[in-house]
Structures are given as C-alpha cells and as structure tokens.
Design a protein around this ligand. Structure first.
Ligand SMILES: Nc1ncnc2c1ncn2[C@@H]1O[C@H](COP(=O)(O)OP(=O)(O)OP(=O)(O)O)[C@@H](O)[C@H]1O
Length: 345
C-alpha cells in the first residue's frame, strides 16, 4: 500500500523530568509518523505521556522536563537543533496547538476580535480589513453565529464551547502544516463535542492540515482519525489505520482499551472489562515491555526485553510492539517462545 508523504517524524524520543538529582524518564524511545494532510490519533490512559509528546514537538515542556534524546523532523528539519528564535517562528504558523483549556490561549482582558485579527496580521501579513473578514468567515465555519457581535466580546462572555471553537478557528486559520490538538473537546458536553469535531474535520479537509489528535477517548479517535497510535508507558505499542486497530487488534493493551468501550464489547460478545492495575509512574517504566506487569499473556521474555515496533499483518503501516501479538496463531507463538529460549540459553 502506498503511503502519503510524512510531514512530522519523531524517532526514538526520550523525555525525562529532573527531581532533585534524579532524572525520571516519562517518554522512552517513542516513534511516530504523521502523514501530510492526515489525522493521527494518539490514545492511551492518563499519564502515559501523550501531552508530553505533543509539548516536546513544540519544545514547550513544563519546568523540569527535558528532551534527553531522539529526533523530531518537520519536513526533514530537526526541530531539536533549532534556536529559540527559529522555534518561535515555527510555532503557530507551521505547527499550531489547541489545548483542552481555551483560556490558556486567549487573553482574558482583550476582545476576541482584536486577538484574532492581530494574530492573522502578524503571521499571515494581512491588511486589517482582510484579516477581519477571514476571522469572521472562520468563526462561521466553526458553527458560531453572529461572528461580528462575537468578535466584540471578551472571552469570559462566551460559553466554554464557544471559546473552544474560537481557539480552533484561530489555530486553523494560520493554516499550519501540523496541528497538535490535546484533548480539544474533553471538557465539553457530548453533543457539543461531536459538533466541534465535525466542524474541525471540515476545516482540516479544506486546508489539508495534518493533525495529531491527543485523546483518551477511542470513540473520538474513530470519528476523526485516519490512523491511530496507541501509547503506553512512554512509548507507542501499536499503530495503524483505525480499521486495522479495531478489526485486527494486535496488542493486548489496545484490546484492553477497546473492551472498555461499552457498545463495542457488546458487539464483540465480550464482557466489559477494565485493565487491572495502574500504568507506570514517571521514572518507573519497566525495562521490558512496559505493559507486561498488567498483561494476562506476558511471559518471561516480555519482562526482560523491550519489544520494538514491527509490522503486523499485510499492511506495513500496521505495527505493534509485542512479543506475542493477539493476531498470531498458536504455531507462531510456540515458534517465538522456542526461538527466544534458544537465544537466551
Ligand atoms: N510538570 C511535571 N513534573 C513532573 N512530572 C510530570 C510533569 N508533567 C507530567 N509529568 C509526568 O509525565 C508523565 C506523562 O504525563 P502526560 O501529561 O504526558 O500524560 P498524558 O498521557 O497526557 O495524561 P493525561 O491524559 O492525564 O493528560 C506522567 O507520569 C506525569 O506524572
């Protein structure tokens, strides 16, 4: 299968937090590829490192956080080698970001319109009347009626859903190559969530923006994404198209996430289950497979050696980091167990 061109490529990313004299790893050897104009979902339980991955791309880690290794290529340019000034030029214009909390992006003491227009003038070098027109048109596309009136409002005069729409409109109007969206609708009620995601998808199609959509909600991911990367313990454990992950699930952790979706477990004749135990804390990621302590199928090799991402099935884009993927036959399992015994003896 021919794959579209890669716009963002993260290779072997390592991130750690300094606590006193100790360095606590939170991302260990993360590999991720975002294709031009496509939407990639990054999914996983709370604390697995989704936000730190997105913030690493912008080089905006919270205090104490440091990128200790790896490469982040935007169109073949390593962002980790750029100066602070060069990075400032990349943010917003080439890589946009929308957060769960729109208040982090909107200035509370300035009217929505003046912030919007100024941003468009600065980044796109537009004359004020043109910037105003574009701002109003973007706000309408995002389902906001009466954009002229809305532009005269302060952020606190808008509902949470409206503020979130304003932030999405602002980020997408700069037509960045890449948009990092970290739980953009999680704080909103379900109907508003669905509307905003549909509107975001419309704009994404129009501008061909590549989006990295961070979410813990597989339903949201299925609605919007072309591909999905499942993250656990600071690394990617499975990646592929939405269809491949749902129909040919290879990693036991992905399966655990799927069985926790109420309508899906029923359709598969399974019982709703939660994954027992907790994900590893910062600095406590196991040396072998990070999921081994919670995995019902883990063998000795899983605890000792970290599996790397490898093709699973016929599609080169569907990869899993698991010694014993679910899609394997009993024969393949036995052969793998035997070869591991021979290697380690
Ligand atoms: N400021 C910080 N100082 C120290 N550790 C941090 C800090 N921020 C995050 N961490 C740790 O980094 C790890 C990854 O956190 P991250 O926020 O990326 O997870 P997440 O998958 O985005 O979770 P959530 O879905 O809850 O946002 C966690 O173990 C977290 O405790």
């Amino acid at each position: 299968m021919k794959r579209t061109e890669t716009i963002l490529k993260i290779s072997d990313l390592q991130v750690a937090f300094e606590r006193g004299k100790r360095s606590l790893p939170v991302i260990e050897g993360l590999n991720l590829e975002l294709l031009r104009g496509k939407v990639l979902g990054l999914v996983g339980e709370s604390g697995c490192g989704k936000s730190m991955t997105a913030l690493s791309v912008l080089r905006l880690l919270p205090s104490g956080g440091r990128i200790t290794g790896g490469e982040i290529l935007l169109d073949n340019e390593n962002l980790l080698e750029l100066s602070k000034g060069e990075m400032r030029r990349i943010r917003g214009k080439r890589i946009g970001m929308i957060f769960q909390d729109p208040n982090s992006a909107l200035n509370p003491v300035r009217r929505v319109g003046s912030q919007f227009i100024e941003t468009l003038q600065t980044h796109l070098s537009l004359e004020r009347p043109k910037a105003k027109m574009m701002a109003e048109s973007m706000l309408s596309t995002l389902g906001l009626s009466g954009p002229e009136r809305l532009m005269r409002c302060y952020p606190f005069q808008l509902s949470g859903g409206m503020r979130q729409r304003v932030m999405i409109a602002l980020a997408l109007s700069l037509q960045p190559d890449v948009l990092l969206a970290d739980e953009p609708t999680t704080a909103l009620d379900v109907t508003v969530q669905a509307q905003i995601l549909a509107e975001m998808k419309k704009l994404q199609d129009q501008f061909k923006t590549a989006i990295l959509l961070v979410s813990h909600n597989l339903g949201v991911i299925a609605q919007l994404c072309d591909e999905v990367a499942v993250m656990y313990g600071g690394t990617i454990v499975e990646t592929g198209t939405v269809e491949a992950l749902f129909t040919q699930t290879a990693h036991p952790y992905t399966q655990g996430l799927l069985y926790a979706i109420p309508h899906l477990y029923k359709s598969r004749g399974q019982t709703l289950s939660i994954i027992k135990g907790q994900p590893p804390e910062a600095g406590r990621i196991p040396q072998g497979c990070p999921f081994a302590p919670r995995c019902g199928a883990a063998l000795e090799i899983c605890r000792r050696s970290r599996p790397t991402l490898q093709q699973t099935g016929d599609d080169p884009g569907h990869q899993r980091a698991c010694h014993f993927p679910l899609t394997w036959t009993a024969k393949q399992h036995t052969a793998q167990s035997l070869s591991r015994k021979v290697v380690s003896s």
